[in-house]
Structure formats: structure tokens, C-alpha cells
Design a protein around this ligand. Structure first.
Ligand code: SIN
Ligand code: FE2
Length: 217
């Protein structure tokens, strides 16, 4: 048993939960660099603000989003796609910070995907009640690259299913600092986030943040 459990700090977690071949939760891997990650998110969102985008079907998403890196995920009446520039203002998305890249590459390698080189990071901000219904990440050109997804702030319930919408869906808690990686045979797995419960995280506040890294273009 670790002394961290009694120190009042987040224990540095090293757990690893396999969801399926090619899909794993790496517990606590973002905790060591959380301060830098949060500072970088604040800087990025000052330049490219969080916004609630509209689906092609005309629904406003409850999750607010922004991006960094060369490939930013966007949605509007024209569809889901990657854009090199922020449609709000037209400037390129902010560059991907070193803290993001280092974490994403290390997590991918630990999960069995060495050489991951993300060109985009979607940053999701959940307020209480916000959710992301079951979907596949399939707007990327080459599905040979994994997805790396980092959780910060309030806990959430992650849904992870199979390759069809009808496949059984399992629920996993995602806590501050957890990193999920899926690729290979599970690259097109359906996944989502249940409606966020209200709460207060000591360093992130009343929200959940998620970084989703992709090699998209
Ligand atoms: C996503 O599927 O883009 C985000 C998942 C998450 O917020 O954990
Ligand atoms: Fe997704």
C-alpha cells in the first residue's frame, strides 16, 4: 500500500485496465504534468475560445470545444471535418504544446502504439449536464493511428462499446489524470460520455476537460 493514499494528494496511479485488445485505460498518467497541461489549455482557449458547435443535423452540442495543432475537428451544417484554421476568425489553430505531445506519445507507446504523431488535439469542455452520445471517431484519413484521450477535472462515466452500435456497451469511471488509448482492432469502437454530474475539482473547478489526440490529416 502506498503512503500517497494518506497524504491528501492525488495518489500517483500506475494502474492499467484493458477494455479490449487495443483499448486500455492508463490511470493517472496525466497527473505529473497537470499544471502545465492546464496552463496550456488556458493559453490555447484564450486564442481560440471554447464554443458550442452545431451538428450537421442542426443540434447545438452541449460540450464546448476548441482545438490546437494543424488539424482541428469542426462541425457545422456542412458536416464533420478537420480544418487547418479556426472558423471563428480564420487564423490557424494554436500550435500543439510540448506538454500535450509528450503525454500523447508516451501514452500511445505504453498502450502498444509506438511512433504516434498526433497532428490535432480536440479540447472538450463539459459543464454539468453536458454529454457526448455514442459515436465513432471516423473523420480521420488513416485509421491506422490510435486515439489518445486525456481526462482532467470532474469525474465522468465513459461508455465503451464495440464496432457496431448494437454491440454491448460497458461503463468506466474516468478520473482526473486518466488517459484512454484505443486503436488497432478497436479503432472504430463506439464510445461516449454520460451527462456530467455537478461537482468541484480542487484545481480544475466545476468542469471536466478532455484532450483527444488524433493523427487526422
Ligand atoms: C470524444 O469522444 O471526443 C471525447 C471523449 C471524452 O470526453 O472523454
Ligand atoms: Fe470521440
Amino acid at each position: 500500500m502506498s503512503a500517497d493514499l494518506f497524504s491528501g494528494e492525488d495518489p500517483i496511479q500506475t494502474g492499467r485496465e484493458t477494455l479490449a485488445p487495443g483499448a486500455v485505460i492508463l490511470r493517472g498518467r496525466a497527473i505529473a504534468t497537470e499544471a502545465q497541461l492546464l496552463e496550456d489549455i488556458a493559453r490555447i482557449s484564450a486564442a481560440a475560445p471554447f464554443r458550442n458547435m452545431t451538428t450537421p443535423g442542426g443540434y447545438k452540442m452541449s460540450v464546448a470545444m476548441t482545438n490546437c495543432g494543424g488539424a482541428g475537428w469542426v462541425t457545422d451544417a456542412q458536416g464533420y471535418r478537420y480544418a487547418r484554421n479556426d472558423p471563428l476568425g480564420g487564423a490557424p489553430w494554436p500550435a500543439m504544446p510540448a506538454s500535450f505531445l509528450t503525454l500523447a506519445k508516451a501514452a500511445a507507446a505504453e498502450a502498444g502504439f509506438p511512433g504516434f504523431a498526433p497532428d490535432g488535439c480536440l479540447i472538450n469542455r463539459y459543464e454539468p449536464g453536458a454529454k457526448l452520445s455514442l459515436h465513432q471517431d471516423k473523420d480521420e484519413q488513416d485509421l491506422g493511428h490510435p486515439i489518445v484521450s486525456v481526462s482532467l477535472g470532474l469525474p465522468a462515466v465513459f461508455q465503451f462499446g464495440g464496432l457496431t452500435r448494437a454491440a454491448p456497451v460497458h461503463r468506466y469511471p474516468l478520473l482526473h489524470g486518466d488517459v484512454v488509448v484505443w486503436g488497432g482492432p478497436m479503432r472504430l469502437a463506439y464510445h461516449g460520455i454520460l451527462a456530467l454530474k455537478p461537482g468541484e475539482h480542487p484545481r480544475v473547478g466545476q468542469i471536466r476537460l478532455n484532450l483527444t489526440f488524433r493523427h487526422a490529416l
